[in-house]
Design a protein around this ligand. Sequence first.
Ligand code: AQP
Length: 345
Amino acid sequence: MAFKTRVFSGMQPTGSLHLGNYLGAMVNWIRMQDEHECIYCVVDLHAITVWQDPAELRAAIRGVTAAYIAAGLDPKKSILFNQSQVPEHAELAWVFNCVARLGWLNRMTQFKEKAGKDRENASVGLYAYPNLMAADILAYRATHVPVGEDQKQHLELARDIAQKFNNDFRKEIVAQGYADGNFFPQPDPVITGPATRVMSLRDGTKKMSKSDPSDLSRINITDDADTVARKIQKAKTDPEPLPSEQAGFAGRPEAENLVGIYAALTGQNVPQVLGEFGGQQFSIFKKALAEVATQTMGRIGAEAKRLSADPGYIDSVLADGTRRARAIATPIMDEVKDIVGLLRA
Ligand code: AQP
């Protein structure tokens, strides 16, 4: 069957959002909400795959919701809610735990990075994280998933799970009226723009991340203008001036990262930025970068702070989004139960 275009994505409330989350994913979320039905989730069940202080988690769920709205998501156009309020995510994840193969999960590089050397001590949830992510998307039979480059492998796994479910249960799926035997779509990743992988300001070979112990490594939406300017001024660079062509980035990941960020924030491509700044010293370029970063992140941060002062409003947005999300997910989960052979009242 032809699947209706539906967009799904989410972010973890594991701290405040940063420039990488914004440029890598959220810019596309905002663009897509004018063209499609969009469902954007605060993935709190993913957050607890590593320890979260309960009071901080509660605050972060509201904080990330405020950031979504402040960045430009319209709760009237898009469905905004937090994952744990829609039980179909966890229910479908269990079914997918039984569809996905251990060998598939063993190949997931994010688990290896996050578990590090102390693998035996990592939570089972962290290991099964990609199955829950597949359930997040497929509980809505979403067709498009705007994410940063780091989520590519998890998206491929979601596609494999959708395909295996369709294959395993084809007879039942056809009996339920899906003539071509496809109950789930194979969701397409949407990974576009000049900053699909924003790197740490302290190390151009590492992704900018909420959980990096160094706050200097990232620009948070909660940072004020002075902090943004200081972090950019302290960002690691090299002694050479900026190159005039992209080939000049070889062996200079920090320079490449900063230019990519500037391009994304100003709506230009990298050659255009190099046309303007090629041959110049970092001190000059960093001033210009600080100015545009402060404008964008400062505006979002100030609005998120204003919205956060009214938790009643944030909770009402989440309640409305939950109701609309469940209206889509519940009938889909009911069909999954019928297909799998689980009795329901
Ligand atoms: N550095 C990045 N560059 C581009 N995109 C990024 N994303 C994350 N970091 C970058 C994208 O943001 C979305 C939400 O990510 P997440 O909050 O679910 O978790 P994450 O990918 O694990 O992000 P963090 O910041 O690194 O969180 P922690 O430190 O808690 O693990 C995703 O679309 C992601 O691709």
